[in-house]
Design a protein around this ligand. Structure first.
Ligand code: SF4
Length: 335
């Protein structure tokens, strides 16, 4: 249920470079056409050499950011590869990676780890994760190995997330819960956030995770009520997500609940206000609002780049409503 909101700049340039190289080398015209079609570019774009993102809004200056790379970053990256762990931070090219992984004397070192593979059983229109009806089976050793690796890594805060696994009876809830309990056994001080799927509304699955020893239960509503069907897989919806968040709080009141909303998908201010009110009424503690970024041409277009001032406005609204924590900004990620 994670949300890889790739920053378009570098990712898209790479897509274009790959296609350009293919066009100049061995692939046949038909193959090229297929490549082009699959990426959503048309042949005329290639002939004219104009591969700019015509239909897209121009990236505003506040989103043109370089990913900071520090000493700690490289060290952690190498460790990750040795441990064979995959992070959303890297997959999504998150611009905050240097800051998050850096930690330091006073700051908290954090990362987001993906469980249950890289293939999702759903197909949300904003998400570029691979999809399949029957992804490969779960690795039964993953909860143990992941916990061991994270504990060795020395993080202060970890976010465990996953794709949706509607092919598994409990949606992978047991797998999630085992990872948390193994991790807490090894390092009781580490703070653990689980960003979970909706488990098709299966509250027993939600409960399993809420009672696993985690500190923050996160589940994203992703967008306002009226855009759910347009943005998310049809199996997801606002009420189902609210019930997940409400149930986690009910069975474990000391756990913080958290959700995220992407802005820039065409939602109105009134719809955002209504969503925040419903989340508050459902007992959600923490709220994040960030800019939606289109991962590829096949995904939903960005309707608007919301200004930093407008994000600041929503942060104030969240604070005034009484959320324990509201983070709202163009580069605020949902994980
Ligand atoms: S449920 Fe949707 S957002 Fe989550 S990983 Fe699957 S396709 Fe992406």
């Amino acid at each position: 249920m994670f949300l890889p909101r790739r920053l378009r700049g570098k990712g898209r340039r790479k897509d274009v470079m790959t296609l350009t190289t293919a066009a100049n080398t061995s692939s046949t015209l038909n193959e090229r056409k297929k490549d082009i079609k699959e990426d959503g570019l048309n042949l005329q774009d290639f002939i004219s050499g104009d591969l700019s993102e015509k239909s897209k809004l121009r990236l505003p200056p506040w989103l043109k950011t370089e990913i900071p790379i520090g000493k700690n970053y490289n060290k952690l990256k190498n460790t990750l590869r040795e441990l064979n762990l995959h992070t959303v931070c890297e997959e999504a090219r998150c611009p905050n990676i240097g800051e998050c992984w850096g930690g330091g004397e006073y700051a908290t070192s954090t990362a987001t780890i993906m469980l249950m593979g890289d293939t999702c059983t759903r197909g949300c229109r904003f998400c570029s994760v691979k999809t399949a009806r029957r992804p490969p089976p779960l690795d039964p050793e993953e909860p143990y190995n992941t916990a061991k690796a994270i504990a060795a890594w020395g993080l202060d805060y970890v976010v465990l997330t996953s794709v949706d696994r509607d092919d598994i009876p409990d949606g992978g809830a047991e797998h999630f819960a085992k990872t948390v309990s193994n991790l807490k056994e090894r390092n009781p001080k580490i703070l653990v956030e689980c960003l979970t799927p909706d488990f098709r509304g299966d509250l027993a699955a939600v409960e399993k995770i809420a009672l696993s020893g985690l500190d923050v239960y996160a589940h994203n509503v992703e967008t306002v009520r009226d855009l759910q069907r347009h943005v998310r897989d049809p199996r997801a919806n606002f009420d189902q997500s609210l019930s997940v968040l409400r149930h986690a709080k009910k069975v474990k009141p000391s756990v913080l609940t958290k959700t995220s909303i992407m802005l820039g998908l065409g939602e109105t201010d009134a719809q955002i206000h209504a969503a925040l009110k419903e989340l508050w009424d459902a007992g959600v503690d923490c709220l994040t609002l960030g800019q939606y970024m289109q991962p590829t041409k096949r995904h939903l277009k960005v309707e608007e780049y919301v200004t930093p001032e407008k994000f600041a406005y929503w942060e104030k609204v969240g604070q005034e409503m009484g959320f324990v924590y509201t983070a709202s900004g163009p580069l605020v990620s949902s994980f």
